[in-house]
Design a binder for this molecule. Structure first.
Ligand SMILES: O=C(O)c1ccccc1NCC(=O)[C@H](O)[C@H](O)COP(=O)(O)O
Length: 306
């Protein structure tokens, strides 16, 4: 069995082809002219940090390949989760899943920005969830998905996203490097620069995500100030918080470091702060809580300095 990241990207390629046949790029570009203006993702984080508060990007994530269903009911289509999650499906989870209510609660309890999973097959996400979340609050929103192609960048803006995610590991995957139809001769760095440039031209921010030093060296060649360090290895699911502080020491001070995945406790927040990390992307911990916003404010309370 190939690694989960490769499986996700294989499906993603099929989705890009199908979506662009259903709705050509020109139609998406036309839709963008009617889309609400971009909210400033980077400035929102800078403002929080200037106020000496921790900046939490709160995620709306119904399910994940590593943990299965996190919130809501298990009967909702589309495709079943991968077999890797079978043993976790019986775990008790909050039954309600209302992206608008979750977004409003996050906003009311101090989130700086939101991240919304739009991948349908592996995370049970949806573009609709992003739109519902955006309509329910004023926070800038990251489209959390597996972006390989310019079509998805335009699509992100058309659905109302203010920021896109570029996962360096995705562009190192053979699903990208070995497929001339999808890579069109572009190297990893060339493709990331092209996608970043389109996003910036559309006014969106870019979060570039890394998990090791080689990926970081590429990420630092992009213009974006947002460097996400994913503590989770997307091939093995191993999650180690020390990945963040090991890589953070190689990142220049003018970039904003965002630690992603596996943050579960006040102690995790406090430990990150000792390493001068003040921006967090958190999903599962909040999604498992009865009220995700209250769970967020409890973590914020420990992290904010007066
Ligand atoms: O979460 C997963 O299982 C996963 C598997 C494969 C690719 C990506 C995956 N997660 C995406 C993320 O980056 C996380 O949703 C995000 O960092 C929040 O992590 P957490 O707080 O641990 O939910």
């Amino acid at each position: 069995m190939s690694a989960i990241l490769d499986r996700i990207l294989t499906v993603k390629k099929q989705e890009i082809t199908a979506a662009s046949q259903r709705k050509p790029l020109q139609a998406i570009q036309q839709e963008i002219t009617q889309t609400a203006p971009v909210r400033d993702f980077v400035q929102a984080i800078r403002d929080k940090i200037t106020q000496r508060k921790i900046a939490i990007i709160a995620e709306i994530k119904r399910a994940s390949p590593s943990k299965g269903l996190l919130r809501g009911t298990a009967t909702v289509p589309p495709a079943p989760l991968p077999e890797t999650t079978d043993s976790l499906r019986k775990t008790a989870i909050p039954a309600d899943f209302d992206p608008d209510k979750i977004a409003a609660s996050y906003a009311n309890h101090g989130a700086v920005c939101l991240s919304v999973l739009t991948d349908e097959q592996f995370f049970r996400g949806s573009a609709d969830f992003l739109q519902q979340a955006r309509a329910a609050c004023d926070l800038p929103i990251l489209r959390k998905d597996f972006i390989l192609d310019e079509y998805q960048v335009y699509e992100a803006r058309a659905m109302g996203a203010d920021c896109i995610l570029l996962i360096v590991a995705a562009f190192h995957s053979p699903v990208f490097t070995d497929d001339p139809i999808i890579n069109q001769g572009d190297s990893t760095l060339t493709r990331m620069k092209k996608l970043e440039s389109i996003a910036h031209d559309l006014g969106m921010a870019v979060l570039v995500e890394v998990h090791d030093k080689n990926e970081l060296d590429l990420a630092l060649q992009l213009k974006t100030p947002l460097i996400g360090i994913n503590n989770r290895n997307l091939r093995t699911f191993e999650t180690r918080l020390d990945i963040t502080w090991e890589l953070a020491r190689h990142i220049p001070a003018d970039r904003i470091i965002i630690t992603e995945s596996g943050i579960v406790s006040k102690n995790d927040i406090a430990t990150m702060q000792t390493h001068n990390i003040h921006t967090f992307l958190i999903g599962e911990t909040f999604m498992r809580a009865p009220d995700p916003g209250i769970a967020l404010s409890e973590l914020c309370a420990v992290g904010n300095q007066s």
